[in-house]
Write a protein that binds this ligand. Structure first.
Ligand SMILES: Nc1ncnc2c1ncn2[C@@H]1O[C@H](COP(=O)(O)OP(=O)(O)OP(=O)(O)O)[C@@H](O)[C@H]1O
Ligand SMILES: [Mg+2]
Length: 454
């Protein structure tokens, strides 16, 4: 199956893809905006803090008599005292030794950032990697420039952002899983009526129900009503068509009888004997067809009607009794090891089918006719009719089901039985197999499966 047809073939898959796209877009959007907002917020916080610190440092810086800078008290943030903590400050006055924070055990900060009385900032190389650097220029009592610089490793900021990102990722993964799970639950819940509809159609097809049963949501209910109406109409049409076929066959009977009678009269005249023979042969062929159609119309009147049920062995018992009377010198036996079975087929048709097969077996058996009903592990149910007569050759079996075929004209019959059996099997959805058994002919009927008893 191609990819496209898989997608268009499954509603569940379509919904699942839609939910996946929806969740991916939603979670992706939250991820992007949260990161942006957090980054901006934390950057603002860092910058604000550094600006406060650089101003505090400027306020605390003074020069002694020799012009050397010193702090009137340490900065309030203790991180400037921990060696290489990532938080540094530096105060420089030209021609004086630089005053450095205790944390700055190595390196220097670029004093050029402190070039005006306004606070300026940039990212520079610091003692422990790139640092966000703030600078401010002040003047001493004698006009000497004092460069005040403060810096925080950029790594600190990036680590804070990374910590947030990691935590956000865990939360968003949980959110995505939750959304997907609820999405799948919603899909299952939404598709439930379709599953129920599928089961109702299966019951209708198997004959357990005569129409689609159950209550459905307003989107599906009209479809169910239409389908039920369609099933009803179809059943009525089939019934009507069969009655009409029966009527037609019936109405041809009388004219045909008159024709046959005329042909027989013609046979008296020696000159017309040839023509009469042809007429009689053709009339017989027509009669055969009419009998066949009439029998079909009669037996098929109940075929394909949803809701039909046939019980075994109950259905077979009266037929076997009738056959014992019809063929008194033959022994008929029935085997059914399992309990009663119910088939979703029309009982009248099934009776007719079994009668045809048992009658043939009774006609050609030497002594015994065996009927066996069995249900198989794959669910199928088979009805077997086997006799111990002469049976048929492979060629005969191939044409035995044609209308009017008879291989043994010593026995009475019209050659319609197996033709009808084949048609009924088609109506009932059963398989008919003819073959040779141990002694004589072995006919197997196979049905898809039994249905649960009501
Ligand atoms: N059990 C059987 N054993 C041997 N031959 C059979 C058996 N069943 C059918 N046949 C052969 O197949 C032919 C066709 O059978 P079919 O039932 O269609 O016609 P029929 O029995 O001759 O007539 P009808 O059933 O219409 O009264 C039979 O004439 C017979 O030659
Ligand atoms: Mg027959």
């Amino acid at each position: 199956m191609s990819k496209a047809s898989t997608i268009s073939g499954s509603l569940r898959l379509r919904f699942l893809i839609a939910v996946l796209v929806w969740v991916a877009l939603g979670v992706g959007g939250i991820w992007f905006t949260s990161n942006r907002v957090f980054e901006r917020h934390i950057e603002d916080m860092y910058h604000e803090e550094l600006e406060v610190h650089v101003r505090e440092l400027a306020r605390l810086t003074e020069l002694d008599e020799e012009g050397r800078p010193f702090l009137t008290r340490p900065l309030s943030d203790p991180r400037y005292e921990v060696p290489l903590s990532g938080f540094y400050w530096q105060v420089t006055v030209p021609r004086q030794p630089a005053l450095l924070s205790q944390s700055m055990t190595r390196g220097t900060l670029d004093e050029q950032i402190a070039h005006s009385p306004d606070v300026a900032h940039t990212v520079e190389g610091g003692p422990t990697g790139p640092a966000i650097t703030y600078g401010l220029l002040e003047y001493g009592p004698n006009g000497e420039p004092i460069h005040i610089v403060i810096a925080t490793d950029e790594r600190e900021l990036l680590e804070d952002i990374a910590a947030f990102t990691n935590e956000l990722m865990v939360w968003l993964a949980a959110l995505a899983a939750l959304l997907l799970a609820t999405g799948i639950a919603v899909i299952s819940f939404g598709l439930q009526p379709l599953r129920r509809l599928g089961r109702a159609i299966t019951r209708l097809r198997s004959g357990e129900a005569e129409e689609l049963q159950g209550r459905y949501p307003s989107e599906i209910a009209p479809l169910v009503t239409d389908l039920n109406e369609y099933v009803r109409q179809n059943t009525a049409i089939v019934r009507r068509a069969r009655v009409q076929a029966g009527n037609l066959a019936h109405s041809l009977r009388t004219p045909l009888a008159i024709l046959t009678d005329e042909a027989e009269q013609l046979a008296q005249d020696k000159n017309c004997a040839g023509a009469s023979k042809v007429l009689l042969e053709q009339a017989e062929a027509m009669q055969q067809q009419i009998d066949y159609q009439l029998a079909r119309a009669r037996s098929a009147a109940g075929a394909s009607v949803p809701g039909s049920r046939a019980m075994l062995p109950e259905l077979a018992v009266p037929i076997l009794n009738a056959m014992r009377r019809l063929h008194p010198d033959k022994d008929f036996t029935l085997e059914q090891e399992e309990g009663p079975l119910v088939l979703g087929v029309d009982p009248v048709n099934l009776s007719e089918l079994i009668s045809i097969l048992l009658d043939n077996a009774g006609k050609w058996a030497r002594e015994n006719v065996r009927m066996a009903v069995r249900s198989h592990s794959d669910g199928a149910v088979t009805i077997l009719v086997e006799d111990d007569g002469p049976g048929m050759s492979t060629d005969q079996i191939a044409s035995a089901c044609d209308v009017g075929t008879r291989f043994d004209t010593e026995k009475s019959g019209s050659g319609l039985g197996l033709a009808m059996a084949r048609d009924i099997c088609e109506d009932l959805g059963a398989d008919l197999t003819l073959g040779m058994g141990k002694a004589g002919l072995r006919v197997e009927l196979r049905f898809d499966g039994a249905i649960p008893p009501r």
